[in-house]
Design a protein around this ligand. Structure first.
Ligand SMILES: Cc1cc2nc3c(=O)[nH]c(=O)nc-3n(C[C@H](O)[C@H](O)[C@H](O)COP(=O)(O)O)c2cc1C
Length: 173
């Protein structure tokens, strides 16, 4: 079984989360294609999709929004999971923020089984305009790395189990 893990990232934090997820899926015996969402031109041949986006201004990364638009309806017969990465505090770990509207659209349009929010990362090492914002936030004590690799990896292992479970075993009567 081959899983597509596609992501949209500006500062690299979400891309690294996608790498952690891909690593767990591979460890579970699944074949994985890990790609920036903008580079995906064809989704035939994949048995499942995990799609993740960085959050900016309460929205998803443009590349991921475009992915959803391009492949709307294509996953009606294959399982899809979504994740967002953003909160620069521990709110993603202590309570589950509701999906942003773009994630709700993806849940409906692809469609997808579930959505989860993971913490984000914004540190002073970021480049360009992100680095500028990060330095400002750091002065206010708000910057940092709030991603939780253990939680991400545990989520990915649970998804791997679902992917490997024949759908008739999870169908409700
Ligand atoms: C200008 C700006 C806007 C942001 N807006 C949000 C937001 O609306 N919600 C959120 O949870 N995080 C927000 N964040 C935090 C980012 O989502 C976080 O830094 C994330 O890890 C970025 O992912 P990336 O490194 O993959 O681009 C924002 C960060 C910046 C710099």
């Amino acid at each position: 079984m081959t899983v597509l893990v596609a992501f949209g990232t500006t500062g690299g934090g979400t891309g690294e989360i996608a790498e952690w997820i891909a690593g767990e899926l591979r460890a579970a015996g699944l074949a994985v294609r890990l790609m920036p969402a903008a580079e995906v031109t064809d989704v035939a041949g994949y048995d499942a999709l995990i799609l993740g986006s960085a959050l900016y201004g309460y929205g998803w990364h443009l590349d991921v929004r475009r992915f959803v638009h391009r492949f709307a309806g294509c996953f009606a017969d294959r399982p899809v999971w979504l994740f967002s990465s953003g909160p620069l505090d521990d709110s993603a770990d202590t309570g589950q923020p509701p999906p942003v509207p773009h994630a709700c659209t993806a849940l409906r349009e692809l469609p997808a089984r579930a959505h989860v929010t993971f913490g984000g990362r914004l540190t002073a090492e970021a480049h360009g305009w992100l680095g500028h914002v990060a330095k400002q936030l750091a002065r206010d004590g708000q910057a940092g790395d709030f991603r939780n690799p253990q939680r991400v990896r545990a989520w990915a292992r649970a998804v791997a189990v679902e992917i490997r479970t024949p759908s008739h075993e999870t169908d409700r009567p």
